[in-house]
Design a protein around this ligand. Structure first.
Ligand SMILES: Nc1ncnc2c1ncn2[C@@H]1O[C@H](COP(=O)(O)OP(=O)(O)O)[C@@H](O)[C@H]1O
Ligand SMILES: [Mg+2]
Length: 315
């Protein structure tokens, strides 16, 4: 497979398609200026340093002065705010609240723990506080392993990640933006975060409002390009892309997205070093047709099983 057509360089960034949301909030507040993020929010959280930037916002390390006052030795939290572009939308705080509402439904050792959602009264900036994760994202792991991870290391990442995603789906929560920068290798193991583009089952949907039509092109299932709403099979496609990337060092269609790859009738190469059964499951997770994709349970089962029979030689 040799992909070549030119593609936008921002294929790893989250693509926000507000026009498709049906959100009345989709009009920026043109004439209002956005106030800078104060150093102290709600008189309680003091911003220490920037931890990371994503397509929707910025995440800072902050000190919780209240907990510090009571002598907590580690009074630090991660504090997420929206970026200026999103802040310009009148209903912006709802986007952050949705992430909080979705995360609040989840309790899993490999999903980030939400602490609170608040609005700073003076700046009117909404923010989310989260457990502070110490470690690095899968982006960095991929940089360190440009040809992919050896099988045992891949298993160590895949099992908790698939388990976390399966838990979310069982609670009616879809992630919507699985990719390396949204998974942390933390001191306590793998941790899935950034449910900002997630969506919920019908009961939760009342709290969360309509999900954003947004995705990251290189991890997006083909049906999303055609305007389908997020479903669990789109998460399965994205996590299969990510697992393929971890095994191989690059994505199934390298720089191309699923829509382009399908138009060119491309097939991903077999990653050397993967047990056969795992490759069969992964290939089915990457199926262009959503009804042909395997379940998360099937992926988990093959990643968990001791490999039998012939291995693809590599390590
Ligand atoms: N709880 C956390 N602890 C430590 N760092 C975090 C945490 N959450 C996010 N980050 C860092 O901030 C970056 C952006 O966060 P993310 O929630 O993905 O924002 P976005 O929705 O804009 O993509 C992440 O890639 C990661 O490096
Ligand atoms: Mg992110």
């Amino acid at each position: 497979m040799t992909p070549e057509p030119p593609v936008p360089s921002n294929q790893n960034l989250t693509y926000l398609a507000f026009a498709n949301t049906g959100h009345d909030a989709a009009k920026p507040r043109a004439n209002e200026s956005i106030r800078a993020l104060p150093e102290l929010l709600c008189g309680r959280y003091r911003i220490d340093r920037l931890l990371g930037l994503g397509g929707m916002g910025a995440v800072y390390q902050a000190r919780d002065l209240l907990r510090e006052q009571f002598g907590e030795p580690e009074p630090y939290v991660a504090l997420k705010v929206l970026n200026e572009e999103l802040l310009a939308y009148p209903d912006a705080n709802r986007l952050l609240h949705r992430e909080f509402a979705l995360l609040s439904r989840l309790r899993h050792q490999h999903v980030v723990r939400p602490l609170g959602f608040e609005i700073d009264p003076s700046s009117e900036r909404g923010f989310l506080t989260l457990e502070l994760l110490k470690g690095h994202t899968l982006d960095q792991l991929l940089d360190e392993h440009p040809e992919g991870l050896p099988w045992p290391a891949l298993q160590e990442v895949a099992l908790p990640l698939l388990d976390a995603l399966q838990h979310a789906h069982a609670q009616g929560v879809l992630h919507g933006d699985i990719k390396p920068s949204n998974v942390m290798c933390s001191e306590h193991g793998i941790c899935l975060f950034d449910f900002g583009l997630g969506s919920a089952s019908s009961k939760l949907r009342r709290v969360c409002g309509k999900p954003l039509a947004a995705w990251t092109p290189r991890y997006a299932a083909p049906e999303l390009f055609e305007g389908a709403s997020l479903g669990c099979t789109a998460d399965i496609y994205a996590v299969s892309c990510l697992l393929y990337q971890l095994s191989r060092g690059w994505l199934p269609y390298r720089q191309l997205n699923a829509k382009q790859a399908r138009a060119m009738q491309l097939q991903p190469d077999v990653p050397p070093g993967l047990p056969r059964a795992v490759w069969r499951a992964l290939r089915s997770g990457l199926a262009f047709e959503q009804e042909k994709r395997c379940s998360l349970g099937e992926l988990l089962g093959t990643f968990a099983a001791k490999p039998r029979g012939r291995w693809y030689p590599r390590w």
